[in-house]
Structures are given as C-alpha cells and as structure tokens.
Design a protein around this ligand. Structure first.
Ligand SMILES: [Zn+2]
Length: 321
C-alpha cells in the first residue's frame, strides 16, 4: 500500500493547490509539517525538516536508502527523555567519507528538530497567527502582502554553506528554533528559562542571537574581522537584507556566509553552555566562525585557493582581491 501523509481535508487542499498556483500562490507552501509520532510523515519525501524534501537536500543519501518511502518513525526514535536516535537502512555496507559527512549533517538536523512528542503529525498554517487554517486568513493572504512577505524574507539558501546551517537559519527566520520561549509557546515545556549566557532575559531567538551581551560581543568581534559593521541592526532579516545590498554579487555571498557562520557558532555555544556548562569565550567563538567558514568556502565554493593567513586578516580582501 502506498504510504501518504496527505489525508482527508489536506488531500482536497492539495488538489485545489493547482488552481491557486495559476494565481501565483503556492498554497501547500503555506503549510508547515509538524512531526510528532512520525507515523504519518514520509522521511525523505515530505517536506518537514527544512524548506525542501530530504530526498532533494541529500540526493546521494536518498539513492542509498533501501526503503524510499519510509516514515519518520522508521528512521528516528525519540525516547521518553526526549533523546533522539537515528536508524538507517543503506543499500551498501561501506560508505564513503563524503557520505558519512552527509549523514552527520542530516543527523544534526534531525536532533535540532523539535518533535511534538506524543502527538500525531499535523500541519500548521503559516498564513495566520494561530497556525490554524481559516478561509478568512486565506482571503487575507490573497489580498494582502502576507504571501509576499513569507516568500521574500527567507530567500536564504546559500550553496557555500552546509545544508544543516541553511536549514537552521531558515528555521530561525521562521522563529521555529528550540529556544525556551518558543518551546513554551508551543506547549512543549511547562516553564520558561532565562538566557543561558546572561540569565538577564527570557531565552528568545532575538535575545540569544542579537540582544544578549554575549551575542553582541560576537557580532562586534566579527565586525572587526570582516570590516563591516554587523552590530547596529535590529534583526537577522535586516542583517541579511544589508548584505544583499552589497556592491557585488561575490561580496554579498561572502557577507551572507559570514552571518550564517556566526549564527551557527552562537547556537553551538548556546548548546554547549546549556547542555555541558561550557564557559563562553568570544575569542574561541570567533576562531570557530573563521575556521568553519574557511573549510566551507574551501570545499564548497570555487574559491579553493584561499590562504588561511590572508583569511584570518580579512575575509573579504582574501576572496575579492
Ligand atoms: Zn543573554
């Protein structure tokens, strides 16, 4: 029997989706999959862990998958403590080093996902504040700029950056990363907690990535390194927007990559502090941002000739010169 995650009302919505596409509206794109038990969502084929289906994000892994239409619950186990384990079924015994890296990336993405434990998989509507579909909201989406906003903001995919980091930034822009305030709002925890770095504010995305004194230290250090002021802007969207106004396409890509790498390192630090109690050190974070990005650009962009000694002095000059 073919497994499908779109049932009942959603099947009808998916059918009328074609009518909407003629109006320039991707109706299905206005829904986000929320995975709980994982028994109604196909691991590789449905869009649940990012902006695209995993078969498209990891085509090599998908070609090695033994059961192409397996469900999330076939590949991911979440125990009572919320610990997440992946279970793979590859068609080949020995895998290349590159494949292992892809598996690590994918594993990390799965671990970052906030599963709605104990609940059935469901859809969440992005066209309204409550996450519940209504015809009224749909009318509003069609009549107003909401659709445009949803689709112009996260045009974020950056080929130089690992998939897991692209997905993380995408989730951050949708305010769907597992910080305390979000988990509380979604009923996944019963009490909130304050910022793991400073304890002075609730742990929200804006606080962790922008307003916290630790985040500010990181952005200041990164600004000094790249010679571009990243400290004065009020949101991640604004940062990316600023980068997109750069004088050249290449400069834009470098700045965007620097922002992504910084966001990723702040998040890794937040996790290291929260789960292992590791002390925060701006120098260490900056070093990690430089090292990660150097590796990504060296392996994922055409600029393989970059030299570490030049890179650490000025990333823009190193590539643009
Ligand atoms: Zn803080």
């Amino acid at each position: 029997m073919a497994r499908s995650s779109i049932v009942g009302a959603w099947q009808k919505i998916s059918k009328i989706g074609t009518c909407f596409s003629s109006l320039g509206i991707d109706l299905l794109g206005l829904f986000v999959r929320k995975v709980g038990l994982g028994n109604k969502t196909r691991f590789w084929l449905d869009v649940w862990l990012g902006q695209f289906a995993l078969k498209d994000l990891f085509p090599k892994l998908y070609s090695l998958e033994l059961f192409k239409d397996c469900l999330v619950c076939d590949r991911v186990m979440v125990n009572d403590l919320g610990e997440i384990k992946t279970i793979w079924a590859w068609s080949r015994g020995s895998l290349s080093a590159e494949t292992h890296l892809d598996i690590e990336d994918l594993q990390e993405m799965v671990i970052l996902y906030s599963f709605h434990s104990g609940k059935n998989d469901s859809w969440s509507w992005r066209g309204g504040a409550l996450g519940i579909f209504s015809v009224q909201d749909l009318r509003r989406v069609m009549a107003s700029k909401i659709y445009e906003e949803i689709y112009t903001t996260p045009c974020i995919w950056e080929g130089w950056i690992p998939i897991k980091v692209n997905c993380f930034v995408w989730r951050l822009l949708l305010n769907r990363i597992p910080v305390a305030v979000n988990l509380l709002a979604r009923g996944l925890v019963s009490i909130s907690w304050s910022c793991t770095f400073c304890s002075l504010s609730d742990e929200s995305s804006d606080h962790v990535f922008l307003d916290c004194v630790r985040a500010k230290q990181v952005w200041r250090a990164v600004s000094l390194w790249c010679g571009w002021d990243l400290t004065a802007l009020g949101s991640i969207e604004q940062l990316l927007e600023e980068a997109s106004h750069s004088s050249s396409h290449l400069r834009k890509r470098i700045l965007k990559a620097i922002i992504y790498s910084s966001i990723w390192s702040i998040w890794k630090q937040r996790n290291a502090k929260t789960f292992s109690g590791r002390a925060f050190n701006t120098e260490f974070v900056l070093e990690e941002i430089k090292t990660n990005l150097y590796g990504w650009i060296k392996h994922r962009s055409p600029h393989k000739e970059i030299i570490w000694q030049d890179w650490i002095v000025s990333p823009l000059d190193c590539i643009l010169a």
